[in-house]
Write a protein that binds this ligand. Structure first.
Ligand code: FAD
Length: 431
């Protein structure tokens, strides 16, 4: 193994693999270093894989990739203790090629994706931890790994080492993230017969469904639960900001058990067997929490750059796009032989000009707003459910009487003003 490469990519998740794939395909000598036994072995996702970004990298990938089910229905549940207000969209256009999105299990998918990068010429090294970047005269020139012959050099190092990147932190690109910038998600993969899944979720074979669950799924803490259909398993999980867990003194696994035993959720998973238990952090600080993402000889991509849109549960797609934009910038830098921060800053500009930067900017205050004002999840979801219950219960009172009762139950004039103000505020941070 030569100890000098054109590019070192640290971390074989969607961001790192996309970057290594694109570089290798363009003839660049690239090494992809992964600490896990194989790519995906350490990675966790609900998970929905967005077709568009992956298709841009490997057109028609869905014909051969290990995917679970094409998603034809997305449901949303507003939970109270013993009720659920449900809505969603099912479209059979999503059941046809090229499909829309897919459920995936990362342990399988990442492995397959990394093998495609290898086939293009990238050198993948597993079970190797990058301990630090080697810096000389203010420029990153390589990495030090935990291997005996541990130093590897390159013109550029791409940090794709995921949420809470220790390597970016060592370079001074970010400080320790605060508990309100990071969510902790726990999930289980539950084995369930394929035919039961299709029957229970009203699906044809090779069709999938996702359910996002709000409100009581997190006991009113800012966050979401999710229930996704795979081929012959279900993925169920719940994620909340660390600050919420600390404030409410709840342990993440207690929350997962609570969701699994919720009367609105339990029937979906009845008869299933736990197959795997997973937990992982998600960077949810958004735009305001983005660290410095370029330096001399170094670029930060994916979760390591805090590129997650928590409102739309998008992360893997942003990771892929950032990986590709980093690769394109490196190709440009290679032509000029200039790997300075100034040159590599093209990556930051392209990223901020793409849907990634635009979406992060659009929702820049959303997470912080809903964290600061817990009434949206704690109070307003139960109120909506009570109103639905009132309206849909036929008990001989007129609809006008029902409306009046709902209006009265909301509370005093002051309460109503407060809700109106909160709705305007919510619209402002989401618009
Ligand atoms: P990662 O996938 O975290 O990959 C980082 C890699 O770097 C890992 O393989 C790790 O082992 C390796 N690594 C770390 N440090 C080192 C080191 N020092 N040396 C060597 N290797 C190292 N996104 C979606 O798009 N859709 C979803 O439905 C969705 N659901 C989610 C559900 C959960 C429970 C969680 C936790 C996340 C979810 N996400 C979802 C977010 C998504 O998983 C991430 O945004 C995405 O994985 C980021 O990709 P990445 O390549 O940047 O980081």
């Amino acid at each position: 193994m030569p100890d000098k490469f054109d590019v070192i990519v640290v971390g074989a998740g969607p961001a790192g693999i996309s970057c290594a794939y694109h570089l290798a395909k363009s003839g660049v000598n690239v090494i992809l270093i992964e600490r896990g036994e194989y790519p995906g072995s350490k990675n966790v996702m609900g998970g929905v894989l967005y077709r568009k970004m992956m298709d841009d990298i490997i057109p028609g990938f869905y014909k051969e990739a290990p995917l679970e089910r094409p998603i034809v229905e997305q449901r949303f549940m507003m939970l109270d203790k013993e009720s659920a207000l449900t809505f969603g969209y099912k479209g059979l256009e999503w059941a046809e090629e090229p499909y829309n999105n897919f459920t995936v299990l990362r342990a399988k998918f990442d492995q397959w994706f990394a093998s495609k990068a290898e086939a293009e010429g990238a050198l993948l090294i597993n079970e190797t931890v990058v301990l630090e970047c080697i810096v000389e005269d203010g420029r990153v020139i390589g990495v030090r790994t935990d291997r005996p012959d541990g130093e590897i050099y390159a013109d550029v190092v791409v940090l794709a080492d995921g949420v809470n990147s220790l390597l970016a932190k060592q370079l001074g690109f970010h400080k320790e993230f605060k508990p309100n910038e990071v969510a902790l998600a726990t999930m289980e993969i539950l084995k369930l017969d394929k035919a039961i899944i299709e029957d229970r979720f009203n699906l044809e074979p090779n069709q999938g469904c996702t359910i996002e669950i709000f409100g009581d799924a997190t006991k009113g803490i800012l966050g979401t639960g999710f229930l996704y259909t795979n081929k012959d398993t279900l993925s169920i999980g719940v994620g909340t900001l660390l600050s919420g867990l600390i404030k409410h003194k709840i342990k993440p696994y207690e929350l997962l058990e609570y969701v699994k035993n919720h009367p609105m959720i339990k029937p979906y998973i009845k008869g299933s067997e736990p197959q795997e238990y997973l937990a992982h952090l998600i960077p949810e600080g958004g735009y305001h929490s983005m660290p410095k993402i370029v330096g001399n000889g170094v670029i930060v991509v994916g979760d390591a750059a805090q590129l997650v849109n928590a409102i739309h549960r998008e992360g893997s797609n942003m990771a892929m796009t950032s990986g590709i934009l980093a690769a394109e910038t490196i190709l440009l830098a290679k032509m000029t032989g200039d790997y300075s921060e100034n040159m590599l800053d093209h990556y930051r500009m392209k990223l901020m000009d793409s849907f990634v930067g635009k979406d992060l900017k659009k929702y820049k205050d959303a997470t912080h707003h809903f964290d600061k004002f817990p009434q949206y999840f704690e109070k307003y979801i139960p109120l909506m459910n009570q109103a639905a219950s009132q309206m849909f219960t036929v008990d001989g009172s007129s609809k006008k009487e029902k409306q009046n009762k709902i209006w009265k139950d909301i509370g005093s004039a002051g309460e109503k003003m407060k809700i109106a103000r909160d709705l305007v505020r919510a619209w402002r941070v989401m618009k």
